[in-house]
Write a protein that binds this ligand. Sequence first.
Ligand SMILES: Cc1cc2nc3c(=O)[nH]c(=O)nc-3n(C[C@H](O)[C@H](O)[C@H](O)COP(=O)(O)O)c2cc1C
Length: 222
Amino acid sequence: MAPLFDAIPNRQCTRNEYDGQPLSATELNLLEKAGRGEGVRVILLTQPTEMETVLDFVIQGNTAQFNNPNFLKELKSWIRFNDREANRTGDGLSGRTTGNPSIPRWLGNLFSKLLFRVKPENDKNARHIRSSAGIAVFVSEVDDKTHWVEVGRCYERFALQATALGIRNAFANQPVEEASLRPKFARALGLAEGRPDLVVRFGRGPEMPRSLRRPLDRIIVA
Ligand SMILES: Cc1cc2nc3c(=O)[nH]c(=O)nc-3n(C[C@H](O)[C@H](O)[C@H](O)COP(=O)(O)O)c2cc1C
């Protein structure tokens, strides 16, 4: 357990291009083992044709989301456009973690139509997936709260195991976030049973600036 524990401070969602290099069979085995749990398994897709199938669903999901005003409103509310905002709230998605410069919110609001465009976002998703060594799909046997929590635990162990091996990961959840896509995605993966719950790309690449953490005393109520 110790290598996973030691990886906790270093783990991050790394939202950039990876180096496109495959992982060894030993590394894939360790990731697969870490991502397995009670009624949950992780499927590792490393063949280009399989990854293109996932990308196709990511693009369909992203296109639906970027054409949904409610999705964009919520996304914007979580983006911290500059360091001051990020430090004040101590949460959210800082622009830096996605490789964007720090800008005032008024500028972000003004250019939000430029920032949230379907085509550039789809192109970025394609670069990200095609530069990855593979995609992990977490599949649960039953759709209930126990399995939702177990999927989270499996992902966390997977992410820590990846970190311990110097492997990055980031979510590509659009195929399971859009309700109408999820059953089609399951069929395209050839799943006879089980529900895909999380989609994560992995590979080697540089680290990104870190997301902030709220201080403990702002979260834990004594
Ligand atoms: C269950 C779950 C689902 C997530 N889904 C997404 C996602 O769809 N897209 C994304 O960019 N990040 C996703 N995230 C990652 C969070 O945005 C990320 O954990 C947060 O920004 C903190 O950053 P860190 O994990 O690098 O510390 C998800 C995280 C969790 C736990």
